[in-house]
Design a binder for this molecule. Sequence first.
Ligand SMILES: [Zn+2]
Length: 120
Amino acid sequence: MAEKVGDQNALSGHGCFNAYLSRFGKRKDAHCDHCDSVYDDVHHTLFECPAWDTKRMAGLTKSGVPLTADAIAEEMLKDEKGWGRISTAITSILRAKRHTERRLQAMATRQPGALNESGG
Ligand SMILES: [Zn+2]
């Protein structure tokens, strides 16, 4: 079975989840950067956040059931193909999330300078 770092981060609750980052002082709150949820953790990202609906749907189970917390375990334990399909969907969601967050961080670090210049 091929495991990827992204999967391990997702399953351990680490990685790019604001709930985790805020707990360790790397962020001031646990709000999701992609929707209005106040708590961005692994469950929110993989199963609830509307920003990842398309990728979540791409990870449909073999029987056509959308990726949900209940369906994911059943599907991963069913066979290696199921594991691979879910693993690919998780990796895809996390990769897109990290990409978007890097862009948001880059924008955030540029903004204060721009405000200071005009604020005088
Ligand atoms: Zn969200």
